[in-house]
Design a protein around this ligand. Structure first.
Ligand SMILES: C[S@@+](CC[C@H](N)C(=O)[O-])C[C@H]1O[C@@H](n2cnc3c(N)ncnc32)[C@H](O)[C@@H]1O
Length: 254
């Protein structure tokens, strides 16, 4: 159990995530869109910092022959994930592991995997750890394979911070109204964007989008891209020898 993420923090996140995180369910759909396999193909995937298992579930639902290894450091979260993923029986395997361990990915499952994903967990690593994680992800992947994650992004300028705060707050308000019919949850959570940027928690160490993309390229990934971005949250990653990703040459780019 990492010191920085206690059980209260984990439980609070589950309650507020659909209101606070912009387009959370859409993010999971986009991750499934980016998997480099056909819907009926067999492959193994890892969900880093799986929490209650919602992203794992979204990928398992889209790929009925896939096998998931969902891992989290918090026992509370793997217990929750075990309940959510119980209907998938042998297709969903759970483990309690710490992302800061140097053998993190290999300790989750031996051998190579086809897909590695994560939602909002990798920013708990500092930049040196991110670099090492992206390299070990590249080594862990079969070919074809892909490493595609959702994460918080560190803005590169004050202008960008202000824009993120403004539109993140707006998203919280919209989602509060859409999901609950009123603004009560908005008023409860509207300070989160300012807090996140002005007084960041010790455990939050997001890198800029450009640094993340650079770490991925340095790790050896191809087709490295940001596939979606909204007020400081991004889906980004890269592919390894993927038959589905023909990287466009300069002259082919639309
Ligand atoms: C913001 S939550 C996201 C959970 C889940 N991926 C989701 O999107 O619903 C971050 C998750 O990272 C996990 N986490 C935090 N520090 C970790 C660490 N050192 N190793 C592994 N997981 C960690 C937490 O327990 C938590 O479940």
């Amino acid at each position: 159990m990492p010191q920085e993420w206690d059980s209260t923090a984990a439980k609070n996140f589950v309650t507020m995530a659909d209101i606070v995180i912009p387009d959370r369910r859409l993010q999971f759909e986009i991750i499934a869109d980016l998997v480099p396999f056909e819907p009926d193909e067999e492959f193994v995937f890892i969900d880093i910092g799986c929490g209650e298992g919602l992203l794992t579930k979204a990928v398992l639902d889209r790929f009925p022959n896939a096998i998931a290894h969902a891992s989290d450091a918090a026992a509370e979260m793997t217990t929750k994930a075990a309940t959510l993923l119980a209907p998938y029986a042998d297709r969903a395997k759970l483990s309690q592991r710490n992302i800061h361990d140097s053998d993190y990915l290999s300790s989750i499952v031996t051998g190579q995997v086809g897909f590695i994903t994560s939602s909002l967990a990798v920013h708990h690593c500092d930049d040196a750890e991110k670099k090492a994680l992206y390299k070990s992800a590249f080594d862990k992947l079969s070919s074809p394979g892909a490493f595609i994650i959702i994460d918080a992004i560190r803005p590169a300028s004050k202008r960008s911070v202000e824009l993120n705060k403004k539109y993140w707050r707006r998203s919280i308000r919209q989602q509060s109204i859409e999901l609950t019919g009123n603004e009560e949850q908005y008023h409860q959570y509207k300070q989160i964007p300012a807090t996140f940027y002005d007084t960041p928690a010790q455990e939050d160490k997001p890198a800029t989008l450009l640094d993340n993309l650079r770490f991925l390229i340095e790790a050896g990934f191809q087709g490295v891209d940001c596939f979606w971005h909204k007020c400081g949250f991004a889906i980004f990653g890269g592919y390894k020898g993927s038959r589905h990703i023909a990287v466009l040459k300069e002259e082919q780019r639309p």
